[in-house]
Design a binder for this molecule. Sequence first.
Ligand SMILES: NC(=O)CC(=O)C(=O)O
Length: 269
Amino acid sequence: MGEGNLDVEFNIFKIALCQLSVTPDKERNISHARKAIEDAAAKGAQLVVLPEIWNGPYSNDSFPVYAEDIDAGGDASPSTAMLSEVAQRLKITIVGGSIAERSGDQLYNTSCVFDTDGKLLAKHRKIHLFDIDIPGKITFIESKTLTAGQTPTIVDTEVGRIGIGICYDIRFQELAMIYAARGAHLICYPGAFNMTTGPLHWELLQRARATDNQLYVATCSPARDAGAGYVAWGHSTLVGPFGEVMATTEHEESIIIAEIDYSVIELRR
Ligand SMILES: NC(=O)CC(=O)C(=O)O
């Protein structure tokens, strides 16, 4: 598949954004995500995207507790084992949101992409950690526990060339530009914006990245839990290459199904 070339298996296909509720019960979160992926596939989705940190709470206290050794696989990573199994069984591509990854002494916020044979195609470690202090509103210092990833991640799948970013990565146009220059059709950003930055920037940034680069942008957030330590904004969204919102939702749990047509990219350009 060459740069900008639309020689992919499916030019038109359905994407599902699974805006999942997340609880402190990891086993429940894994089986809940499995069920949502099955539902999405039953509705015709060939690409399923999950939220940022979907197997446990989004907090510095929880990251070390819920972290998995993805490279070891099997019992060391029940979350990614489930994603691999379901991708293979249902013959779909999965951008597996993100989970905390343990690698030696380091922890990362990591997104795994699986192909239709259940093979791990790529692992993206969040490059731009979410260190933020808006007095009286929100303080979150991801770098207290997490290490930043070092490399952009772009992957060829049966549903196109996909660039991966995680949440705060969306604020950095340079990353999206690299993906566009390398021929991405779609950038997927699992993300968990919050009640301060969500209303301000969530849709704006998605539409900006899509318009700047004239490609599709998909985001997937956890559903909002008003009682959680970190309250997610929700509003998972698909944006087209003209910066148009093609599908979105509010903050409750939901599965968004939408159609992507890559021929529109050339048309817009
Ligand atoms: N949680 C994040 O990584 C990013 C975020 O909430 C924001 O940029 O705002």
